[in-house]
Design a protein around this ligand. Sequence first.
Ligand code: ATP
Length: 205
Amino acid sequence: MTAEPTAAKRMGVFGGAFDPPHAAHVALVKAALAELQLDQLRVVPTGEAWHKTRPLSPPQHRLAMAQLAFADLPRVVVDPCEIQRAGPSYTVDTLRQFKILWPAAELFLILGEDQARALPEWRAWQEIVQLAIICVAARAYSAGAKPKFVINNGLESRFRWLPMPALLVSATDIRTRIAAHQSVDDMVFAPVARYIALHHLYQTT
Ligand code: ATP
């Protein structure tokens, strides 16, 4: 991959399965752009998710839906680098690649709270924390214990909280609702909903 020209000094990186992308993802992106004063935010759909237990929808569908959901937002680029890379998608590889392509950019890795809690299980997580500031968005949970993320001692300067309205939306819930022929109108952007219907995605759980 060659670097596209960019004057981005502050670059956000937001990875996810985006199966499908939903209203909370979009809210998170908008909050990150505003709160972190980002020059650019790169949305990176996962290629092969090593940390999800279920098979993901084919990458071309998830990439197309991410483009529909995010590409109209100013300063947002949907980046297919993990989908194009062979093998499991490791965030550390993406961040290393971005540092090589845009050495002057300061990187901000944007995560929901659930993913932040799982960070110590990620490949080379200590290097991830050195490559990027980790920005954690609170996540709302409907039932049971809330996974309250606690920043590791000594790493406070590498983390920050990202204020955003707590939205009770998850891709799992959306897939379940579609399979049950229930409406997801408030949860996904209309062009994404049309894409899902056109390609008959999520018809079974
Ligand atoms: P699934 O239900 O299939 O696990 P998901 O809704 O968590 O999917 P992902 O594509 O896995 O969506 O998430 C991408 C990123 O967005 C992750 O960092 C995740 O924590 C974050 N995220 C997803 N939903 C929310 C939400 N409602 N509030 C805050 N962050 C969220």
